[in-house]
Structures are given as structure tokens and as C-alpha cells.
Design a protein around this ligand. Structure first.
Ligand code: 5RP
Length: 239
């Protein structure tokens, strides 16, 4: 799928990024290619006077290595476009994000972007959110086991199994003893659902209300367009 991811990342930049824009740079192995493309086009002079806002320390490093000018939401609180990957995309472009542990900064940046363009390979498409990828929830480290239990006991998320992410934060498969720590110093709980979340809006609202929860990986009503890339290298635009 690597070629497909690259095709989606490059197409998003070619279609949506123009000189003078403020651009949000996503996190993950697909967003990596969009950042790479921005770097190429700045170097060749095809893009000028661009300023970008990275959604993680990892993306910040990649962008700095490519010489991409950066700022933060403190300087620019409105973006022209943000480009980012996703872990699951339903037919209404409702997303699960946070597999890379960057959901909070991603949501903060993408919610204030005029256009949020999602780039995925076709394996991320799903009929309904839930079973294809666990829902990441960022929580404060203080009494995290308590917060995990409260999240899991919600009626709306009944049937889900909460698993504290350990090891590397950008790896959604727990592989260590210590909790994974996000760029914001928080922990991530991955909610594993055996069936589709019946009402993602309701679940999102209920999870967000829990004191101790910082944010969750449901991105609803945010995506402007989704560029889906297929293993044969072709791309299709959804939305
Ligand atoms: C990071 C994310 C990523 O965008 C998401 O996990 C997709 O990553 P990849 O393109 O590597 O599959 O939400 O928090």
C-alpha cells in the first residue's frame, strides 16, 4: 500500500495547497507523503510564502528537516487547508483518528481549517466505525485506571474493551509495560468494539463529557474530502 499512500498524499497537496496558504500537516505514514510533497514544491519554487502547522513532534521534525516554515495556532488560528490520514472512514466521512497518538493536536488544527482533506488507502474504508479500528481516547495520567473504567462503563460504549496503550505512542498495538505518553504528556486508551458503534455522535458526546478525558478520536463533520488510494496506484475522491 506504500505507493497508494504516496499517491494520495501527493494528490492532496497538488489539488489543495497553493502559495501563501496556512497549511496543517497531519501525522502518520500517509500524511508523511503530503509533508514530503510540500517540501519538494517549496524547494522547487512551485510553492512560495507558505507557513505550516504540524500536528505532532514527529511531523514537526520531518517538516523542519525539509526546510518547511512552521508556526503554531498561537500565531495563526485559521488555516486554509489541513491534510491528514485516518484510521477508519465511514461513508459519511466520519473518521476514527489517533492511531498515531496525535489526535488532540490533529483535532485542534483540523477543526479550524477551511478544508480538512483526508488521505487514506482503501483498507481504511468501512461501513460503520468501531470494529475495523479501536477508538483512541486521550486521558490525563492522574488516576487513569479510574477514567478508563468510567469510559468503558458508558451505555453508549457498552461492549467495548478498553486497553491502555503502552510502549510507543504511535503504535496502536500495545507492546510494552509503561503507558505510552502523547506529545501532550497524556495517556491513550484504545476502545475495542466487537460491533459497529450504533450512534457515533452520541458516543463522542458522552466520552467527551467525562472528567479526565482530554479528547477522543471520533472526527465527525470535519472532513471536506477524502482521497482514497488503491493498490494499483489509482485515486478516487470521496465527499
Ligand atoms: C495519528 C493519526 C493518523 O493520521 C492515523 O493513525 C493514520 O495513520 P497512517 O496513515 O499511518 O495509517 O490519526 O494520530
Amino acid at each position: 500500500m506504500e505507493e497508494a499512500k504516496k499517491a494520495a498524499g501527493y494528490k492532496a497537496v497538488d489539488d489543495h495547497v497553493r502559495s501563501g496558504m496556512v497549511v496543517g500537516l497531519g501525522t502518520g505514514s500517509t500524511a508523511y507523503y503530503a509533508v514530503e510533497r510540500v517540501g519538494q514544491k517549496l524547494k522547487s519554487g512551485e510553492l512560495k510564502d507558505l507557513v505550516c502547522i504540524p500536528t505532532s513532534e514527529k511531523t514537526k521534525k520531518q517538516a523542519l528537516d525539509l526546510g518547511i516554515p512552521l508556526c503554531t495556532l498561537n500565531e495563526k488560528s485559521k488555516l486554509d487547508v489541513a491534510i491528514d490520514g485516518a484510521d477508519a472512514v465511514d461513508p459519511k466521512l466520519c473518521l476514527i483518528k489517533g492511531g498515531g497518538g496525535a489526535l488532540l493536536r490533529e483535532k485542534m488544527v483540523e477543526v479550524v481549517s477551511d478544508k480538512f482533506v483526508v488521505i487514506v488507502d482503501s483498507s481504511k474504508l468501512c461501513k460503520g466505525l468501531g470494529p475495523s479500528f479501536p477508538l483512541p481516547v486521550e486521558i490525563t495520567p492522574f488516576c487513569h485506571l479510574h477514567t478508563m473504567n468510567v469510559v468503558a462503563s458508558l451505555a453508549e460504549v457498552e461492549g467495548c474493551k478498553p486497553v491502555l496503550r503502552t510502549g510507543d505512542c504511535s503504535n496502536n498495538k500495545p507492546d510494552g509495560e509503561e503507558p505510552a505518553v502523547t506529545d501532550n504528556g497524556n495517556y491513550i486508551v484504545d476502545l475495542h468494539f466487537s460491533k459497529e458503534i450504533a450512534d457515533a455522535t452520541k458516543a463522542a458526546q458522552a466520552i467527551k463529557k467525562i472528567v479526565g478525558v482530554v479528547d477522543h478520536g471520533i472526527f465527525e463533520g470535519m472532513a471536506y474530502q477524502c482521497i482514497v488510494a488503491f493498490p494499483d496506484g489509482s485515486c478516487r475522491v470521496a465527499g
